[in-house]
Design a protein around this ligand. Structure first.
Ligand code: AMP
Ligand code: TRP
Length: 327
């Protein structure tokens, strides 16, 4: 079985875009892959964090993973900082990556823009990400398109080390989530739905109350011609809503266009509210059951033990191949 690894940062506001673009695939992959899903708290501290909020967000995200259907019997779910191998390997990789290649990372350029100085961790963020992946002999990394450059860097580092030392790492492949799965902001369908947008009605968070979902959808930007038709170029708002309706209901876009022929956006939106509320209700229910349970902590502890066992084997090989330590 091929091994899959992916990481998600412990931040709040996990939204419909994250679910349809990423989490849903995580669940689908578990049936025929050996999956390892990590909550990357050490990546989170590359920008300032409130300690209490960080701990809360780690548990929020872990509970959401389980609530959407990640099954701890099939997959390993754990928190990055609970397995010391990530930091250890990260140092080894840091010594085999170059300031030139890291300076070219667009995420670093974006995040350090207009700042006189940036934390070193923000600069070496992609090296820690490479360590996450290589530590588990990962074959496949499902991620968003924005992570393409980081995956390329990870491959470069792995190949470089394999050529210079004994073959040490499996060279992973990225599996990029489809563009079609991209969910746009409800208030501005030319932008991606995002965790950080100021307007809360731009997104539907997985834990939103039905009244909030209703408000956000009823307010969603559409156009003035009032015809429910999929046309991303000219009708991006209604196309985005059709896309959401389709993936959540299982009906195809043409079926939906036929269903709403001759009806206005109001009827369409009212039905969409129901579809979204219904789809999110079981996720929310499961989340509430597990978020403050001992079971959640046990699952993460057990995940860390299982992840650590794999990580230790890799670190043993790395140390041997590099001549580190005495064992
Ligand atoms: P982020 O919210 O940027 O941390 O992204 C976490 C994951 O969710 C990544 O794999 C993204 O590709 C995916 N994702 C984020 N926003 C969207 C969106 N609006 N539509 C589809 N997928 C998304
Ligand atoms: N950088 C990724 C993001 O922001 C998160 C991440 C960290 C990750 N380590 C990873 C993703 C390893 C995949 C594999 O989305």
């Amino acid at each position: 079985m091929k091994r899959v690894f992916s990481g998600v940062q412990p931040t709040g506001n996990i939204h419909l875009g994250n679910y349809l673009g990423a989490l849903k695939q995580f669940v689908e992959l578990q049936d025929d892959h050996e999956c390892i899903y990590c909550i990357v708290d050490m990546h989170a501290i590359t920008v300032p964090q409130d300690p209490k909020e960080l701990r809360d967000h780690i548990l929020d995200v872990a509970a959401l993973y389980l609530a959407v259907g990640v099954d701890p019997k099939k997959s390993i779910v754990f928190v990055q900082s609970d397995v010391p191998g990530h930091a250890e390997l990260s140092w080894v990789l840091t010594c085999n990556s170059y300031t030139g290649e890291l300076s070219r990372m667009t995420q670093f350029k974006d995040k350090s823009k207009n700042k006189e100085s940036a934390p070193t961790g923000l600069f070496s963020y992609p090296v820690l990400m490479a360590a996450d992946i290589l530590l588990y002999d990962t074959d496949i990394v499902p991620v968003g398109n924005d992570q393409k450059q980081h995956i390329e860097l990870c491959r470069d580092i792995a190949i470089r080390i394999n050529n210079k030392y004994k073959k040490t790492f499996v060279v992973p492949d990225g599996r990029f989530l489809k563009e079609g799965a991209r969910i746009m902001a409800l208030d501005d369908p030319t932008k991606k739905m995002s965790k950080s947008a100021e307007n809360i009605h731009s997104r539907i968070s997985l834990l939103d109350e039905p009244s909030k979902i209703k408000k956000s959808i009823m307010k969603a930007t559409t156009d003035s011609d009032g015809v429910v038709r999929f046309d991303v170029e000219n009708k991006p708002g209604i196309s985005n809503l059709l896309n959401i309706y389709s993936v959540l209901s299982g009906m195809t876009v043409p079926e939906l266009e036929a269903k709403y022929e001759g009806k206005g956006y109001g009827d369409f939106k009212k039905d969409l509210v129901e579809v979204v509320v219904e789809a999110l209700a079981p996720i929310k229910e499961r989340y509430e059951q597990i978020r403050h349970s001992d079971e959640l902590i046990e699952i993460l502890k057990d995940g860390a033990v299982r992840a650590d066992a794999i990580a230790k084997q890799t670190m043993k090989r790395v140390k041997e191949n590099f001549g580190l330590g005495i064992e």
